[in-house]
Design a protein around this ligand. Structure first.
Ligand code: SF4
Length: 97
């Protein structure tokens, strides 16, 4: 069975979902999502921390960090860097030698 999307209904749905979201124009993370993403299942912990620290440095030079922080406040930690905050839950413990 093939599902067909109604373009008008899809646009209406997207409008409802996106209404009220901050625009975050000038966000430094645009085009650099790989730095902000959660630690990969096979990714070395230290590499993930290094990557996230680079992301945090972008956040601290971001013109919309206050709006980003307000938007993400209270959000569940999903392992991504947001608003200059390093995720705690998904970095994991260091591997034993
Ligand atoms: S503060 Fe928010 S919008 Fe700005 S770079 Fe960081 S995650 Fe992106």
């Amino acid at each position: 069975m093939t599902a067909h999307l109604d373009p008008t209904a899809t646009i209406d749905l997207l409008k409802r979902i996106l209404t009220g979201l901050p625009k975050l124009e000038g966000a430094r993370c645009v085009g650099h999502h790989e730095l902000f993403d959660a630690r990969g299942a096979d990714e070395d912990r230290d590499e993930a921390v290094k990557r996230h620290m680079t992301a945090v440095s972008l956040c601290h030079r971001c013109p919309v960090i206050d709006a980003c922080a307000a938007f993400t406040a209270g959000e569940r930690d999903i392992g991504q860097v947001r608003a200059g905050q390093i995720p705690i839950s998904r970095v994991g413990r260091p591997r034993s030698a």
